[in-house]
Design a protein around this ligand. Sequence first.
Ligand code: N7H
Length: 444
Amino acid sequence: SLNTDNIQSDVLVGMRKATELFVFFKINNPATFKSKLSSDIIPLITTTTEIQSVDTQPVTAVNLAFSQTGLHALGVTDDLGDPNFSTGQFADAVTVGDNPSTWNTAFAGTSIHGAFLLASDTVAHINTQLASIQSTLGASITVLYELQGAARPGSESGHEHFGFMDGISQPAVSGFTNPIYPGQTPVDAGLFLLGEASDPNITARPTWTKDGSFLVFRQLQQLVPEFTKFPKGRLYWALAWSAAGRVEPRFSFPQRKTTPVLAADPNRNNNFTFTFPNLPEPGTENHFNQTNCPFSAHIRKVHPRGDLDPSVENPHFIIRSSIPYGGEVTSAETASAKTANDRGLAFVAYQSNIFNGFVFLQSIWINNVGFPFGKVDPTVGVDPIIGTLSGGPKNISGLDPAVFYLNQTDVAHDVVIPQDYVVSRGGEYFFSPSLSGLSHIAAA
Ligand code: N7H
């Protein structure tokens, strides 16, 4: 089993709090920083063991991760064995379909050295903890950028800004996840933790990196009023369906719908595949028929259950720990169908290989009009939620049930989504070390 006393809380479990602040900083004085890291900061870091029980959860959970330039600034010269981490996220902007001009200036480059993740029930608690950390570290760091995340209010809690329930499906980590719910895929811990079984680059890892994980952070702005205005009826619900995908497989059109009850039931909300519902054997036929779910749907693009052999799909699992940021849509924004206030998803994903995880998902599957491959329609389109064709219109098949259900192979009736409703504001790649890894860094 895993040494959960040594693994930071966010990697396998998440922060389990309603608010989370991301604090991006640069290091001015490595010697002071390392000395305070050792004496004051490491004792604050929340472990996986602590976060799992309400009795041991701190008022404010604290995690800490470093970029490649941050490790260099601290005198850590080891190669961590991940080329994407080494060059930083800005170098991958075009590869993952971003327009670098939409990136926040703080992320556009490699100037961010590290990030504190502070999570609590209230922003006030977070601010108290941050003030204490800043007084400890003094001028040894400068905060370059902050992003305040928060669960949405009331009954929207647990839903991202488009309104879909999020944080449902995670891979099960062998030797850790218990219970494993129906539909969860058990995979080796080394897909997320360096140095564990099935870490694809295990021989290249410095010893001190064991049980650390690469944290991909992305600020993904969501244009909610624009998205909501997108022609209602068939298109809106089809998008919703394709995004959340939490449909009762035994329902057939037109009763098929997303059901809140289903979404909230862990024994059922993950227990499905994209194979044709009426076939006796799951997995037998899913190339000619998208009745269960459009080929291009977000959740099908990022977890093509039954479309690929598990040995092909499993290396691309990530653990997500995202939280919405920004306030609710105002009535003025709804009236004008135009975003005035920034809101979106503070996207966090953990993996042991950034290319196999985030980069592969975004560039080879999400933004690829041909994926899932081998379907009756060879151009199924990009992911309608987060796929992009350089910000331009996107032709997507299978989203128009009015046409689709009459003629399942009618590829002439693509839905055209005129613009992106998710815009990347950039991000960075970080390494979230184990607690002993943090001590190694402090001693470097
Ligand atoms: Fe997605 N959404 O609301 O539409 N995502 N996602 N995501 N996502 C998921 O199963 C969403 C993004 C994954 O195992 C759900 O927890 C939004 C990126 C993966 O079946 C919903 C944004 C990447 C899964 C959303 C966004 C992924 C997943 C269903 C950006 C990777 C698990 C709820 C603003 C590069 C799939 C759930 C599975 C699920 C939404 C971003 C990946 C509702 C709004 C960038 C692996």
